[in-house]
Design a protein around this ligand. Structure first.
Ligand code: KIV
Length: 270
C-alpha cells in the first residue's frame, strides 16, 4: 500500500465513481497504529485540548504539545497522510513565526502538512507557506479557535451574507494553494455549493453528505466521549461502556484475589 499524500488527496474530487476521503483524528501511537491502513488522513487536531486535556476549548493548546502528539501519532503510521493543526496564535501574529512554527510541526512533529483555521484573513500567510513547500489544509465555517468571537459552537452560514463570506473564504484558500479544505458546522447546501465551486477536495464535519470526504473525532464516534454527543456524530461503537465493564471486572478480580492467576505469574526457574 503506498502512502496517501497531498497529490493523491488533491485528485479526490466528487465525480462519477469517486471514493470519498476518510479522515479521523488521533492523538497517540496506540490509536494511530490501530487505524493506519483503514483511513486516508489522520489529523492531530487541536481538539486534543478537549479530548486529551479535558479543557473547555482548543485555545490553551500549545505548539510544543502539538509537536509532541504529532510525533507520537507519526510513529504509528505507515500508510495514512498525517496533518497537524497549527494551534491558536501560532500563525496569526506574523509571517515569520507562522513559518517557523509550521516548520517545527513538519520537522520535529514529522507531519506531512498543517491545518489552519480561517480564509481571506490568513490567505497571504498560506500562500507563502505553500511557496516554500509546506502543504496546508484549510478549515472554514465553524472555526473552533474563534469560539469566543462566534458566540459559541454554532452552525455558521445561516444568512445570505454569512454564506457569501464563507464562499469567499473557500475561494481565497484555493487561490492561496491549499490542497484540501475542512468545512465545519455549515448547512449541507452551502457545503455542496463550495464543493462544486472549488477544485480542491472538501472534507466535511457537520457539513452534510456532499463533501469530497468526511472527518470525525475518533473518540466521538467510538463512543468514548461521555460528556456530550454532537448531532453530526454517529456512534459506530460504544467503547465507553466496554471500557468501564472491563475495568470493573479487573477491579473485582483484584479485590477477590482471582487475578493474577499462575498463568500470569513468573517463577524463579522460568
Ligand atoms: O481539531 C480537530 O479535531 C479538528 C477537526 C475535528 C476538523 O479540527
Amino acid at each position: 500500500m503506498s502512502r496517501v499524500n497531498t497529490v493523491t488527496i488533491r485528485k479526490n474530487k466528487v465525480s462519477e465513481g469517486f471514493s470519498p476521503l476518510v479522515a479521523v483524528t488521533a492523538y497517540d501511537y496506540t490509536f494511530a497504529k490501530l487505524i493506519d491502513g483503514l483511513v486516508d488522513i489522520v489529523l492531530v487536531g487541536d481538539s486534543l485540548g478537549m479530548v486529551v486535556q479535558g479543557q473547555p476549548n482548543t485555545l490553551s493548546v500549545t505548539l510544543d504539545e502539538m509537536v509532541y502528539h504529532s510525533k507520537c501519532v507519526a510513529a504509528g503510521l505507515s500508510n495514512a497522510h498525517l496533518v497537524v493543526d497549527m494551534p491558536f496564535m501560532s500563525y496569526q501574529i506574523n509571517l515569520e513565526s507562522a513559518l517557523k512554527n509550521a516548520g517545527r510541526l513538519l520537522s520535529e512533529g514529522k507531519a506531512h502538512a498543517v491545518k489552519m483555521e480561517g480564509g481571506v484573513s490568513i490567505a497571504s500567510t498560506i500562500t507563502r507557506m505553500v511557496e516554500i513547500g509546506i502543504p496546508v489544509m484549510g478549515h472554514i465555517g465553524l472555526t473552533p479557535q474563534s469560539v469566543h468571537a462566534l458566540g459559541g459552537y454554532r452552525v455558521q452560514g445561516k444568512s445570505d451574507s454569512a454564506r457569501e463570506s464563507i464562499i469567499q473564504d473557500a475561494i481565497a484558500l484555493e487561490d492561496a494553494g491549499v490542497y484540501s479544505i475542512v468545512l465545519e458546522g455549515i448547512p449541507l447546501e452551502l457545503a455542496q455549493a463550495i464543493t462544486e465551486r472549488v477544485k480542491v477536495p472538501t472534507i466535511g464535519i457537520g457539513a452534510g453528505p456532499h463533501c469530497d470526504g468526511q472527518i470525525l473525532v475518533l473518540q466521538d464516534f467510538l463512543g468514548l466521549n461521555t460528556d456530550f454527543q454532537p448531532k453530526f456524530v454517529k456512534q459506530f461503537a460504544r467503547l465507553a461502556e466496554q471500557t468501564r465493564a472491563a475495568v470493573s471486572t479487573y477491579a473485582s478480580e483484584v479485590k477477590q484475589k482471582s487475578f493474577p492467576e499462575k498463568e500470569h505469574s513468573f517463577h524463579v526457574n522460568t
